[in-house]
Design a protein around this ligand. Structure first.
Ligand SMILES: C[S@@+](CC[C@H](N)C(=O)[O-])C[C@H]1O[C@@H](n2cnc3c(N)ncnc32)[C@H](O)[C@@H]1O
Length: 228
């Protein structure tokens, strides 16, 4: 049971040239352009295989990209080589960032909250506020899994080959195990369940919200400034 299998199964998160990944980029690009008006130094936090790091580099930003997974980082570095990218990929933990304070103009954190328990997300937000320059911006995109949970009934199709065959929340719905099934196999992944209200309450400890918009029924794009 784990995320590595999940990312291998879903090109939306692993193959930056897949239609699914490109669709995510196409949806977010106009928002990034609008809310990242000045060029500068960006941290792509939990960068995965780097699709958004390369997009930001192409848009003229100086990009450092961090992830804690060797598998994701080695794919990112292969893509980087193909593209002759200058993105600096760093292995590290979002909860304890290996960067000086006030060292980034932007931190972008895309589609990664399901990995983080409440205590871990608190440390991560605190670290993001520390490494951002005064006047810097924290760009956050996430799915409201709390609202989505009732919709994820058995049989929901995901991607080209899989459907959700089991939805197993824990008693207080802080996490949910989803079982993905295809014609050939099945596997389970445990997700942390974050809702918009909980994310905003936590963010409020370290940031001022500058903007929030709904991207689709269950997904949000938000912009924050550190309180300093
Ligand atoms: C769904 S992927 C998103 C990747 C990328 N932002 C994107 O949108 O394609 C989530 C990523 O978070 C990374 N991750 C999970 N926990 C982390 C942590 N504590 N520190 C750094 N990265 C982490 C995972 O390895 C994975 O690559």
């Amino acid at each position: 049971m784990g995320f590595e299998k999940y990312y291998e199964a879903f090109p939306a998160y692993s193959d930056i040239y897949s239609e699914e990944y490109r669709k995510r980029i196409e949806t977010l690009e106009p928002l990034l352009l609008r809310y990242m008006p000045k060029k500068g130094r960006v941290l792509d936090l939990a960068c995965g295989t780097g699709g958004f790091s390369f997009l930001l580099e192409d848009l003229g930003f100086n990009v450092v990209a961090l992830d804690n997974s060797d598998v994701m980082l080695s794919k990112a570095k292969e893509f980087a080589k193909d593209r002759r990218s200058k993105v600096e990929f760093v292995k590290g933990d979002a909860r304890k960032l290996p960067f000086e304070e006030n060292s980034f103009d932007y931190v972008v954190f895309i589609d990664s909250l399901v990995h983080f328990e409440p205590r871990d997300l608190n440390s991560t937000f605190k670290e993001v506020a520390r490494v951002l320059k005064p006047g810097g911006r924290f760009i956050l995109q996430f799915t409201d899994l709390r609202a989505l949970l009732p919709v994820l009934t058995n049989g929901q199709i995901v991607g080209a080959e899989y459907w959700i065959s089991k939805v197993l929340p824990d008693a207080d719905e802080k996490t949910v195990v989803l079982e993905f099934q295809s014609e050939k196999e099945h596997f389970r992944v445990r997700f942390n369940v974050w809702g918009k209200t909980a994310v905003e309450l936590l963010a409020k400890l370290y940031f001022r919200q500058l903007h929030s918009e709904r991207m689709n029924e269950h997904s949000y794009f938000q912009v924050y400034a550190p309180k300093k």
